[in-house]
Every structure is written in C-alpha cells, then in structure tokens.
Design a protein. Structure first.
Length: 172
C-alpha cells in the first residue's frame, strides 16, 4: 500500500491554505481531493500495521510545533505548493521520523536522497498549459506561521480521492 505521512495544521491555517488555493484553482483548473497538510513522507508498498504502530509511538513522544510558510513554489511542472522553512522542529522531526522505513520512502522524502522540501501541495495541474494562467491569479499570499497539531497516515488515489487511515493528535 502507498501511504503518505502528513502533518495537519490547526484549523485556521488549513482554512488559510484553502483561501490561498482558491484563485489558483480558478485560473488553472481545480485538482480534486485537496486536503490541507504538510508532507512528512511518502512510502511505496509499505506494510500498514508496522508503519501505523511506529507513527502512533512517534506522535506520543512529540508536541505541537510552529512552521513558517514562506513562498509559492512550483515543485514540478505539474505541482504548485507552499514551501515551509526547513529548520527547527520541521527539520528535527523529519530526521527523527525517517530513522525507520526508509527502504519504502520515495525519492523526494527519502532521507538519503537529500531532496526533502517541506511543503503543502496546493494544486496538481492536469495539463501543462494550465500553468500559463497562474500568473493572473492573485493569491494575496504573505508568509505566515501555523501550528501543527496532528500527524496522519493517508492514502491518495489517482482520481484525486484521499483516505485518512489513522490520525494522532500531538500534545500541546
């Protein structure tokens, strides 16, 4: 099973991400299945139960933390995201979590690849020409801080649907 490990921001930050996304989606075409999150890891063909137990224990040891959303970035020609500063708790929790299951991690979140860029994906562009319209979108984006309050395991399906497999609240 392919599983994403995601951080979930507090409700107000999730709503802000949705508002930033709206004008972009209107200009480039909305991709279905949007769910405000910050990617911690993506794992291919990983056994669910051991990863879930590992994630539950990890969540019990850590606390809520703040992140700083800094800028809009185009990760690939088809993916537009908001970048998060890779320092402090984001960096240390990434390093701690990625001590296990690395043989299943994708190239973008695998610790050994060095490509990890903390981000919240806003849009998957279905057609390359969709990105030509993004310059017209006024998101009103300004850097902001957000609190991360949960860690979840999820599964994303090609048709844009996602499923939350498990969810763990972080202590304050």
């Amino acid at each position: 099973m392919d599983i994403s490990v995601i951080w979930i921001p507090e409700t107000s930050a999730g709503e802000r991400l949705i508002e930033i996304r709206k004008p972009l989606a209107a200009h480039a075409g909305a991709s279905p299945g949007y769910y405000p999150h910050l990617t911690l890891g993506v794992y291919y063909d990983v056994p669910f139960e051991p990863l879930n137990a590992y994630t539950r224990k990890f969540a019990m040891r850590i606390h809520q933390f703040s992140v700083r959303y800094t800028k809009l970035v185009q990760l690939t020609p088809a993916i537009l995201a908001l970048e998060v500063e890779n320092k402090g708790a984001v960096q240390s929790y990434y390093a701690e979590y990625h001590k296990e299951f690395e043989e299943y991690a994708d190239e973008w979140t695998h610790k050994g690849e060095g490509k990890y860029l903390p981000h919240s994906t806003l849009l998957y562009l279905e057609k390359p020409e969709d990105r030509n319209h993004l310059a017209d979108a006024d998101t009103g984006f300004e850097p902001f801080d957000a609190k991360i309050v949960k860690v979840q395991l999820s599964r994303f399906y090609e048709e844009g649907r996602y499923e939350i497999l498990s969810s763990y609240d972080l202590d304050e």
